[in-house]
Ligand binder design. Structure first.
Ligand code: BGC
Length: 368
């Protein structure tokens, strides 16, 4: 692999510094981005043939920006994120990150495999959320850029006992930006002891490309005729409820703001995807008529967490000082259902030694 080094002025660390930009192929470049846990952190940029760029940090495997044109050809960033590592070290609510070992909640942070009960970190009231106190969003991943494509492979070894989970889990996440403006995320994992795994990505989209706008006028369609109602701690009750006649019916497109007032706290629910098979399938479409941008979500997963940014409250600011206010970003997290380890009727999240965890999700952005 050849390494080309060019000088570039990039905003990195805590301020704009002159840094050297390396590229392994013209579609993948990297800059040094600071340090976390005593390890160097890099920021990679994937560029496709249309000049669309996605930046990914080795800290948390975070998608820090996705710069893509609107219908007039003006480019802007459509995900919430920061220009410097310090923004992420301040622990924003999982902006753009890889989530694991278990995406979303496990009730009381406990579950049983065979006869052994495991107790995980409880970091969300009485419950476990997004992998615990230090989930995969807060670790430094090893990275290897592809030789000739706009693709980056991230790996992480999650040790036996980390945040209470059993088994050494070897994880690989491959991010690929295609010339069709798709971000393909391929997750694989293997364990040496029976464990539970549910990996996802926590990007917050705002298709207007401007955090001063809310996402309430975005239109959303989800192929789900059922959802999983939750208790006060956002743990599924176990019921699979029909969306028909409720504000959770997104079978036809609806503006997010249209019925949100009828949903206590806003949307933060797992939708049970109505799938035709187990292959990569289109499951949701989000669009913004002003910018003309459309986001399509494809996945192999059975569930989708639609989170309407209900806990964003303006206290976090973008790198250029704008407040990230209530509902200025939304997540469409492909996943297995929350609390599956305690809900035998839900699709299983158990991974045993010798098995391979493999899921694929694709986010595609186009303009109308
Ligand atoms: C959860 C929310 C949580 C958010 C973290 C979502 O996936 O469902 O309840 O607050 O992540 O920002």
């Amino acid at each position: 692999m050849t390494t080309i080094t060019t000088a570039a002025l990039t905003s990195c660390g805590d301020g704009a510094e002159k840094k050297s930009e390396e590229s392994t192929n013209e579609k993948v470049t990297k800059v040094a981005w600071g340090e976390a846990d005593g390890k160097p952190v890099d920021l990679y940029t994937l560029t496709n043939a249309n000049g669309v760029q996605i930046k990914i940090s080795t800290y948390g495997g975070v998608v820090t920006s996705w710069v893509t044109p609107d219908k007039a050809g003006n480019k802007s960033n459509v995900v919430l994120g920061f220009d410097s590592l310090s923004g992420y070290l301040a622990k924003p609510p999982y902006f753009g990150a890889i989530i694991g070992r278990y995406g979303n909640r496990i009730g009381k942070g406990t579950f049983k495999i065979d006869t052994t009960t495991y107790q995980l970190a409880t970091n969300n009231g009485a419950n476990h959320l997004h992998g615990g106190n230090k989930g995969y969003d807060k670790v430094v991943w090893d990275a290897k850029p592809a030789d000739s494509t706009a693709s980056l492979t991230l790996t992480y070894l999650s040790k036996d006992g980390e945040e209470g989970y059993p088994g050494n889990l070897n994880i690989t996440v491959v991010y690929t930006l295609t010339d069709e403006n798709e971000l393909l995320i391929d997750y694989t994992a293997e364990t040496d002891k029976a464990t539970v795994v549910n990996l996802t990505n926590h990007s917050y989209f705002n298709l207007t490309g401007d955090v001063n706008n809310t996402i309430l006028d975005h239109q959303l369609q989800i192929n789900a005729d059922k959802y999983t109602p939750v208790d006060a701690g956002l743990i599924p009750t176990g019921e699979l409820k029909d969306v028909k006649g409720t504000p959770f019916d997104f079978l036809q497109p609806h503006k997010i703001g249209e019925r949100i007032a009828a949903v206590e706290g806003g949307y933060d629910h797992n939708f049970v995807l109505t799938r035709t098979g187990s292959d990569l399938e289109l499951v949701a479409t989000l669009s913004d008529s002003v910018s003309g941008r459309k986001l399509e979500v494809f996945t192999t997963e059975p569930g989708l967490q639609f989170y309407s940014g209900n806990f964003l409250d303006g206290t976090i600011k973008t790198s250029d000082g704008k407040s990230i206010n209530l509902r200025t970003g939304l997540c469409l997290e492909t996943q297995h259902f929350p609390d599956s380890p305690n809900k035998p009727a839900f699709p299983s999240t158990l991974l045993k030694p010798g098995e391979k965890y493999h899921t694929v999700t694709k986010y595609k952005i186009s303009v109308n």
